[in-house]
Ligand binder design. Structure first.
Ligand SMILES: [Zn+2]
Length: 244
């Protein structure tokens, strides 16, 4: 123990270098009774490594405080479109005080590699560590952002200007960069890919949506808009992400 740590321990001080904000993470790896395992420890470690690399730009770290193997043939495959299936998986552990990652052998009824629910993050076999870091962004309260999407005719076009990236504006962008290029660099860009990395300081103008419930048809739909999207470290970031 260093002298600084000893002093901090003795007097109960929280020195910044010793107490950088960190969120707890618990991983649950589903395994079948025949021995098939959804993920090996190096994959879980790679996810934590990417999370810590990506979120360092926002001053947040992650601690893997537990990694459990859960033997369950039923939970090995989660049905993306079936609420009961999602809940059965993500309720395996409840209110652990941090983020719960559930590694499964298959995400059925969907092409998604991973997805976030308020009860936990589900990680399928095709998910990259960056996909998981993106889903953690949803746990931090951020929305997906796009330049265009098949669900709407709206699209972001043109060169960036100060009011479109008000807290990140600089004169150092390449000459021909477009607002769409900037959007595609963001961690919260809504399509899978390892090139999506940036956490901006402030909101970024882009295409995004909120889910709206129709009380007549009892269905959810997406309310698309182009405006400053909540994808940033300064506005609305939950720095204590927790799964229910
Ligand atoms: Zn997303």
């Amino acid at each position: 123990m260093t002298a600084a740590r000893q002093i901090a321990a003795i007097v109960g001080l929280c020195l910044p270098a010793l107490c950088a904000p960190a969120a707890d993470v618990r991983a649950y790896v589903i395994a079948k009774t025949n021995g098939e395992v959804a993920a090996y420890p190096d994959r879980v470690a790679a996810c934590l490594s990417d999370m810590n690399m990506v979120y360092a730009q926002a001053g947040l770290g992650f601690n893997l405080v537990g990694c459990s193997v859960v033997v369950s043939n039923e939970l090995y495959v989660v049905d993306y479109t079936n609420a009961a299936s999602r809940v059965a998986l993500c309720n395996y552990a409840k209110n652990t005080g941090g983020i719960e990652l559930y590694f499964v052998g298959e995400i059925a009824s969907s092409q998604v590699h991973a997805f976030h629910t308020r009860r936990g993050i589900v990680v399928g076999p095709d998910a990259t560590p960056r996909d998981v870091s993106h889903e953690v962004g949803h746990a931090c309260g951020w929305k997906d952002i796009y330049e265009a999407h098949s669900g709407t005719s709206l699209a972001v076009e043109g060169s960036p200007r100060q009011e479109w990236i008000p807290d990140d504006w600089s004169s150092y962008y390449p000459r021909n960069i477009t607002q769409a290029d900037i959007i595609q660099r963001l961690l919260m860009y809504g399509r899978s890919g390892d090139g999506h990395l940036d956490i901006p300081a402030g909101a970024v103008r882009g295409l995004w949506y909120t889910n709206v419930f129709n009380h007549v048809t009892h269905t959810w739909s997406r309310d698309w808009r182009i405006s400053l999207a909540p994808v940033s470290a300064w506005h609305g970031m939950n720095r204590s992400p927790q799964s229910e």
